[in-house]
Design a protein around this ligand. Structure first.
Ligand SMILES: N[C@@H](CCC(=O)N[C@@H](CS)C(=O)NCC(=O)O)C(=O)O
Length: 201
């Protein structure tokens, strides 16, 4: 069975948990206590020298980086609909969104959420909010008339973007003006196997 080294309130970890659940795969979530610095101790640094979660352990083979976990699981389980690598255009579009998840999504929505939930100064939080709106102003029109980011089916692009965008209300980012984004979030939430990210206590 897979082990996922995990932090329940992390959007990166939820990204991995969500896809494991959407594929109906069994896994054990192993919490890593970032507050006590467990991610910087030797045992975790052996799993991920960058000291981050999530890390997927597949019978001793370790996959770090949430987007790499999505790719690994889709290929290993031949989930071609989720990651159609035989379609050059679809694969390129998915890669574009994985890059957005690692850049614009991280710099905006993830930054605002982390500052709100784990504590961050006003400057960091405000930058996160500003860059969230910058991203959403691009994303919303791209979703006009579409149910999914790539093609006409959900793919790992949707999984990669979902977690932090869905946390906008908790991050204090108003998404009421982005109707297409709200509709797309609901589409992901309607998928069989969907699991929500927990709210902070
Ligand atoms: N690029 C990484 C980012 C993961 C990440 O930033 N994880 C955070 C929790 S949300 C973490 O482990 N932070 C610990 C640290 O940076 O020291 C991924 O996609 O997996």
């Amino acid at each position: 069975m897979y082990k996922l080294y995990d932090l329940s309130l992390s959007g990166h970890c939820h990204r991995a948990r969500l896809f494991l659940n959407l594929l109906g795969l069994d896994y054990e979530a192993v919490p890593v206590d970032l507050l006590s610095g467990e991610h910087l101790q030797e045992a975790h640094l052996k799993r991920n020298p960058f000291g981050k979660v999530p890390v997927l352990d597949d019978d001793g083979y370790l996959v770090r980086e949430s987007n790499a976990i999505l790719v690994y699981l889709a290929l290993k389980h031949k989930a071609r609909d989720w990651y159609p690598t035989d379609d050059a255009k679809a694969a390129a579009e998915i890669q574009q969104w994985l890059n957005v998840a690692a850049s614009e999504l991280l710099q905006g929505p993830a930054k605002a959420y982390v500052a709100r939930v784990f504590g961050g100064d006003d400057k960091t939080y405000n930058e996160g909010v500003e860059l969230s709106h910058k991203l959403y102003a691009v994303l919303d029109p791209l979703l006009d008339g579409r149910d999914w980011l790539v093609g006409d089916r959900p793919t790992i692009a949707d999984v990669a973007l979902y977690s932090y965008v869905s946390r906008a209300p908790i991050a204090g980012v108003d998404i009421s003006g982005y109707g297409n984004i709200q509709r797309w979030l609901a589409n992901v939430e309607g998928l069989a196997g969907f699991v929500a990210m927990p709210d902070p206590a």
